[in-house]
Design a protein around this ligand. Structure first.
Ligand code: PMP
Length: 283
């Protein structure tokens, strides 16, 4: 179904890769992962993804006994074997079932790498975002520095409950400060400036870094990390989501506020589409 995968050091058909039903990660949300995109056979920002994977693995006490060169070789091989030059590489690290208690002592870490077709979005029109019906816990209550399955419990619950008109949800803190969508970071545009929430309550997104450090700098756009209150949304000219899967996705509506088409977002999306296909930006 998903072609060839690499499981604990071996290439095998997806159907032959199994995780135990008592996997600590299934029971207690202790897996960490990365979703990485390839464009025309070049893996985009692989080093940054592997760096974040190691940080996530450390936070969740996983062992990862493979060096970056090995993981890179595996990812490239899977893209070739599965014939997916524009594929999506998923790297998952999860625990086995040696301990059925939550502390997971003695559980061994396992790794699965797959290359699957890139996620398809139903349309290319701008997204409408509703406020998520769950609030994001503060940085003291959730390990945002890890890309972990536990983050996605709230994404799943809120996304499923979004109103019919909404393509995605936007999370806020209990104080109504905006954090991110169910699976992407958010930027707001005002004139020639970009504003994005601080990363204490959202993922330190790699696309977000690319926007700040490569695109905005290159385009002479200033960026600011700051608290953005839900009530401040109407003070901006435009908005977009960014992430490996959604890439740069313009937002035309947040709650009851509608944005006009924003030329700055179009420019950022254009530059992004160019740099993902530029060989030297690949990891
Ligand atoms: N926030 C969340 C919750 C995400 O799932 C993602 C996608 N990985 C992002 C932000 C964007 O991160 P990146 O640009 O590294 O894909």
């Amino acid at each position: 179904m998903y072609g060839t995968v690499w499981h604990d050091g071996h290439f095998k058909p997806y159907e032959g890769a199994h995780a135990p039903i008592f996997s600590h990660s299934i029971c207690y949300a202790s897996s960490v992962y990365e979703g990485i995109r390839a464009y025309e056979g070049k893996i985009f920002e692989l080093e940054a993804h592997l760096k974040r994977l190691r940080r996530s693995a450390d936070i969740f006490h996983h062992s990862l006994p493979y060096d970056d060169q090995t993981l890179k070789g595996v990812a490239e091989q899977l893209l070739r074997t599965n014939n997916l030059p524009d594929g999506y590489v998923k790297v998952q690290i999860y625990y086995g079932d040696e301990d059925t208690g939550f502390s997971g002592r003695g559980c061994t870490s396992h790794i699965l790498i797959s290359a699957i077709p890139k996620p398809k979005f139903p349309h290319t029109k701008p997204f409408s975002l509703a406020k998520a019906d769950w609030r994001r816990p503060s940085a003291q209550c959730h390990p945002y520095t890890a890309k972990t399955s536990s983050t996605y419990a709230l994404s799943f619950l809120s996304f499923r409950k979004r109103p019919d008109w909404a393509d995605d949800v936007l999370f806020t803190s209990e104080e109504d400060v905006i954090s991110e969508s169910s699976g992407a970071n958010v930027f707001f545009v005002r004139g020639t400036q970009l504003y994005t929430p601080k990363i204490d309550m959202c993922l330190d997104g790699i696309t977000r870094r690319v926007v700040r450090e490569q695109i905005a700098r290159h385009a002479g756009i200033e960026t600011f990390e700051t608290d953005i209150h839900w009530d401040d949304v109407s003070s901006f000219d435009g908005c977009f989501l960014c992430g490996t899967a959604v890439e740069i996705r313009e937002v035309s509506r947040i709650g009851e506020h509608f944005f006009m088409a924003c030329p700055q977002v179009e420019l950022i999306a254009q530059i992004y589409n160019q740099i993902v296909r530029t060989p030297h930006t690949g990891g």
